[in-house]
Design a protein around this ligand. Sequence first.
Ligand SMILES: C[S@@+](CC[C@H](N)C(=O)[O-])C[C@H]1O[C@@H](n2cnc3c(N)ncnc32)[C@H](O)[C@@H]1O
Length: 355
Amino acid sequence: MSTTNIDEGKLNAFIGQMLSDLGGASSIAMARMGDALGLYKIIQAKGPMTSIELANAAKADERYLREWLSHQAASNYLSYDPATTKFALPPEQAMVFADEESPVYMMGGFDLMAALLDNQPKVQTAFKAGSGVAWGDQAGCMFCAVARFFRPGYHNNLVPAWLPALEGVVPKLEAGARVADVGCGHGWSTVLMAKAFPKSQFVGYDFHPDSIRDATAHAAEHGVGANAKFEVGLAKDYGGKDFDLVTCFDCLHDMGDPKGAAAHIRQSLKPDGTWMIVEPMAGDTLQENLNPVGRLYYAGSTMICLPTSRAQEVGAALGAQAGEKKLQEVIRSGGFSRVRRATETPFNMILEARP
Ligand SMILES: C[S@@+](CC[C@H](N)C(=O)[O-])C[C@H]1O[C@@H](n2cnc3c(N)ncnc32)[C@H](O)[C@@H]1O
């Protein structure tokens, strides 16, 4: 191999990036094990611990734990004090690994990365044929990973920020409105809204029967079974009508026929109704999305969103980085005349569409 054109500095910088990338990939199994065995939460609750103390508290093998703890310290996930040989979970890291209500709780992200790996054989086959992989056939509990990944964002933003950003929607919800949450998945968004607005009636639709079963269970667990119900339904032909609000959380781009969905949603709304569309943050051009958020979304889009859309009728495959311009085109094609970006976070854009 000729190395005449190799720039040492660039090579070293890139090797540094690869070390960091591989380190991140190596953390998928390690962080998920810390979560599954309750290790982060134990260290958070009990404070700095030695491996022996953690072994007693977690009722697990000290030698394995010592290796895990060492990896966590090398990853800056835990801190280590050589004087006491204790490991601690700093408060900032606790927000990411232990506090499920925190806006930056990211364990769902690790689950999602594991699901991408599990999906690889099926998606690889689909690459050749240009075919899809149905949502229900994707690997492991991808649906649980997706739900867990998005929940912190919904928990911290949906009721306090996103709904109030829509024109006149909160007063309607407070008084008692009819709401459809289309593509609701495990129904966390539906449950949050049903809890916050007990006078309103919510119905969650999704075409994946297992997700509807889980959403129904979540609603019952959270005491909103009376005003939140769930039904199997396709976005382009679910049964309900006369809704004041229809919501779509991170699912429009997954649909095979998003334009068909837009048209159906339009006719299921009251004349003064609102469609709220939550989509991944993205610019309209590829160059705008060449950043860490775009990187994650393009991977999720390749391994989950495109296969899901391609497995359905039409197979539009918008992709998770469709961008507002393309999304507006789809939304307007369904008969919506006013579309605007109501608000945004670093991960999501919240679009409001009116008839
Ligand atoms: C990425 S998940 C998002 C789930 C949920 N809204 C959330 O935010 O956690 C996409 C969801 O869209 C659903 N979906 C995809 N295509 C659909 C369609 N054509 N009709 C109804 N649901 C669909 C999938 O079953 C899945 O639950």
